[in-house]
Design a protein around this ligand. Structure first.
Ligand code: KG4
Ligand code: ZN
Length: 349
């Protein structure tokens, strides 16, 4: 079984081909970082236009690298939400056109499910497992129980973790995108110099919050901050985020164990912030202490990509899912519609 996947929900244009032997036959990603850098963030109209400019070339390149023709495809999958509507329309329309012209089935994929099922592509992980999804748009703990069966245990009540990294990096004038730049600055900083709050630490449940921490950083930055002070702020902030996420994850582990008693615990990481080495180290310690296996897919599959979309499409298709060519993109599309609404949590989820 061979599936083409298309991803255009944010600022990466991507196309990939995977098969049911868990092989990634092609995985092409074009980042729009340079287009958005002057604005310090993703500009939706620029993103949509950039997707439109490059998507057909990327699809052709993915098909060429995979060495397959459209007639060889069993299905065509595209991210249909959540995300920026302009980009979603470009990707979904392209996938539907390919499906219509070559008489292939179309499968609409939830971007979050793409992240959620990646560990099954890379590591063949069995259901159920606990997923920590930390990216620029999302921050959630989910019990992944099956294809289309996800239970949201916690989510952010304000900003996503990556958003906080990006905004703090901006305050420190470290450049865009902020996460990697902030991590780099933190390497030479003292994480104990600036006492910062640990949002939500000790609170029941496993929701996240980062906007208070972001404001605390704003107030803590000395007016005459030199390079060392900025590195110390970066390190102190990174430590506070890692602490907060670790606390929330321990509670997520307990909630997961209540739901699935006796199941060996696998903790899976996804999203761009999972690249953070300090966070990874903390979660590694946490998993060891909890007797859990920690699985972090390779970085290129943690950040936005189309292999995860092709794979989620393949998993859904294999179970009989087909979507009509009238399927409308969903800028908001929660993975777990039964989860209680959270203020601000709908940013992209
Ligand atoms: O998953 P992703 O590529 O895109 C979505 O947001 O869906 O995640 C991007 C986010 C950005 O906020 C970026 O600053 C953050 O992940 N990020 C990091 C690191 N690398 C990327 N945050 C902290 N440390 C990093 N090393
Ligand atoms: Zn994503």
């Amino acid at each position: 079984m061979i599936v083409l996947g298309i991803e255009t929900s944010c600022d990466e244009t991507a196309a990939a081909v995977v098969d049911d032997g868990r092989r990634v036959l092609a995985d092409v990603v074009l980042s729009q970082l340079d287009e958005h850098r002057p604005y310090g963030g993703v500009v939706p109209e620029i993103a949509a236009r950039a997707h439109l400019d490059s998507l057909d070339g990327l699809v052709a390149e993915a098909m060429r690298r995979a060495g397959v023709g459209f007639a060889d495809l069993d299905a065509v999958a595209a991210t249909a939400g959540p995300g920026l509507i302009g980009g979603l329309m470009v990707g979904v329309t392209m996938a539907k056109a390919i499906a219509a012209v070559h008489d292939r089935p179309f499968v609409a994929v939830n971007h979050l499910e793409g992240h959620a099922l990646t560990a099954r592509l890379t590591h063949g992980v069995a259901f159920p497992y606990l997923l920590l999804l930390v990216s620029g748009g999302h921050c959630q703990l989910l019990a992944v129980e099956g294809v289309g069966r996800h239970r949201r245990l916690g989510t952010t009540i304000d900003d996503a973790a990556g958003e906080a990294f990006d905004k703090v990096a901006k305050m420190l004038a470290l450049g865009y995108p902020g996460g990697p730049a902030l991590q780099k600055a933190a390497e030479t900083g003292d994480p104990a110099r600036f006492p910062l709050p640990r949002p939500m630490k000790g609170k029941p449940g496993c929701d996240f919050s980062f906007s208070g921490l972001k404001n605390a950083v704003r107030l803590a930055i000395p007016a005459d901050a030199d390079t060392q002070a900025r590195a110390d702020i970066a390190a102190s902030f990174q430590e506070a985020v890692a602490d907060s996420i670790a606390d929330r994850t321990i509670r997520g582990v307990a909630l997961f164990r209540d739901l699935h008693p006796g199941v060996p615990l696998t903790l899976v990481l996804a999203g761009g912030v999972a690249a953070n080495t300090r966070l990874r180290a903390r979660l590694g310690e946490l998993a060891a202490a909890e007797g859990a296996e920690l699985i972090a897919p390779p970085l290129a599959l943690c950040t936005d990509n189309a292999a995860m979309i092709a794979w989620a499409g393949l998993e859904r298709f294999r179970l009989g899912a087909r979507d009509g060519l009238d399927f409308a993109p969903r800028p908001r599309w929660p993975l777990d519609p039964d989860a209680p609404k959270r203020k601000g949590a709908g940013v992209k989820a």
